[in-house]
Write a protein that binds this ligand. Structure first.
Ligand code: SDX
Length: 436
């Protein structure tokens, strides 16, 4: 049986090196021995955007992109979406096992009793323009909580970590709802501890003058399923930010603000908002072929399509498509669905997309459903950030307790000037700077 090693011949020196292969990888540090002279730094790997680099060992989420498989702690996403509540799945992600009934009861109690925000949070919120993007409000307010909970700096204290985890999972719906109410210039609504996680979120969003908010059950369940689907996704851009920033032992509030900032990008969690803009731009089903041509000419991307890992249908998109039908039975069918279905139909047959293995991802149908529920596109990524908080915190906990991890500090290939003489002011020539 051949041993799990890789033998490399450096043709510059004829020297051979044998390095171990572990879990389908070689350690980049094992390349540093490959030199032409003893004083050489040694070889590094160059991997822009980490296309082929494992940054950590993780047991939280497993994705098989070719087969469209997604599992949290070994459980298929389809089973969890059908059989669990979001808080049950958040517990699984964070602690590795599905909770027993008493464990779940205690967990729900604790999260429910961390939904309140300090009154000072209103002052943060009032500082934003009423029409500011709610993701900017969400990111800033999460970071601001670092000033409210200085005990969060004790990142190596398990009890402190657990307290911040409960606080963040409990408070992100309150922050999200507060940003929405600020956008609408409505008074804020306080949490109602009688309600479930999704129902209370709806209460803080949509309660007006009625004495007690009553959530529409199908909408509440749909939100819970969407929260489960968005909870974690291994080392995506936002999670990479969470791990990188918290590797400096930054507190979880500031670290999570960086993760949410990454999620806001239109190529990442911001794509669900871009999908709605794209469908609005297309306007009607008959204009889909012309838009597809525009995409193939390279002018625009088909938002909500494609994925770094999935080279098959994103399993979450399938479940979202099914959940959308449940929502439309209550809200009425979103007319944009016809445009989206036609886009999908054509794209799945067209060589350009088939060759590049571009399939609908989690963002393709979620926005259509959110809009039918009454959310404005600006809120879509905030709806993504709420459940992803559980994933980010599970990944943070794993990083902090991983003895192999230390502060993240990549290397570079330097392409700048060699040392050069200083130039006195009078001898400098103007540098062409880009127009303002
Ligand atoms: C999320 O990582 C995660 O897990 C993220 C996420 C999570 O749960 O955290 O799943 C959430 O971010 C989902 C992705 C949402 N983004 C979008 O829907 C934006 C549109 N998609 C693309 O921008 C793109 O597909 C990415 C960013 C998602 C992935 O980009 P990659 O892996 O860097 O792929 P690429 O850009 O190198 O594309 C390969 C080829 C290129 O064509 P060629 O240069 O080979 O000719 O495919 C083309 C791209 O131009 N391509 C697209 C396309 N996506 C890729 N062409 C048209 N439309 C698209 N959407």
């Amino acid at each position: 049986m051949p041993d799990d090693t890789l033998t490399i011949t450096d043709n510059r020196t004829g020297q051979k090196y044998t390095v171990p292969i572990e879990n389908g990888t070689i350690r980049a540090m094992n390349l540093r021995q490959i030199k032409t002279r003893p004083e050489d730094f040694g070889l590094m790997t160059y991997d822009p955007a980490f296309m082929n680099t494992a940054s950590c060992r993780s047991s939280i989420t497993y994705i098989d992109g070719e087969r469209g498989i997604l599992r949290y702690r070994g459980y298929p996403i389809e089973v969890l979406a059908e059989r669990c509540t979001f808080l049950e799945v958040a517990y699984l992600l964070l602690f590795g096992e599905l909770p027993t009934e008493p464990e779940l009861k205690s967990w729900v109690h604790d999260i429910t009793h961390h939904t309140m925000l300090h009154e000072s949070t209103k002052k943060f919120m009032e500082g934003f323009r009423y029409d500011g993007h709610p993701m900017g409000m969400f990111v800033s307010t999460v970071a601001a909580l670092s000033t409210v909970y200085p005990d969060a700096r004790h990142v190596h204290d398990p009890a402190s970590r657990l307290l911040q985890i409960k606080r963040l999972i409990g408070k992100v719906p309150s922050i999200a709802a507060m940003s929405y109410r600020h956008n609408m210039e409505f008074p804020y609504v306080y949490p109602d501890n009688d309600l479930s996680y999704a129902e209370n979120f709806m209460n803080m969003l949509w309660k007006m003058v009625e004495p007690k908010y009553v959530a529409q059950p199908a909408i509440a369940r749909a939100l819970d399923i969407l929260f489960i689907l968005h909870a974690d996704h291994e080392q995506n851009c936002g999670t990479n930010a969470m791990r990188s920033v918290s590797s400096a032992q930054t507190d979880p509030y500031l670290s999570m603000a960086s993760a949410a900032a990454a999620l806001a990008g239109p190529l990442h969690g911001g794509a669900n908002e871009e999908v709605l803009k794209m469908l609005d731009e297309i306007g009607s089903k008959d204009k889909v072929p012309a838009y597809i041509k525009k995409v193939k000419d390279g002018g625009v991307k088909l938002m909500g399509f494609g994925h770094r890992i999935y080279k098959n249908y994103d399993p979450r998109a399938k479940i979202i498509k099914w959940t959308a039908e449940q929502v439309f039975e209550v809200t009425g069918r979103n007319p944009k669905l016809e445009i989206a279905l036609e886009l999908e139909r054509i794209a799945l047959e067209d060589e350009y997309f088939v060759k590049r293995k571009l399939y609908p991802n989690v963002d393709f149908y979620s926005g259509i459903m959110y809009q039918a529920m009454g959310f404005r596109p600006e809120m879509f990524t905030v709806l993504f950030a709420i459940p992803r908080t559980a994933g980010w915190l599970a990944q943070w906990q794993e990083l902090i307790t991983d003895p192999e991890q230390k502060i993240a500090r990549p290397r570079q290939i330097y392409t700048g000037h060699e040392e050069r003489e200083f130039v006195a002011m009078g001898k400098r020539t103007a540098t062409a700077v880009p127009a303002r």
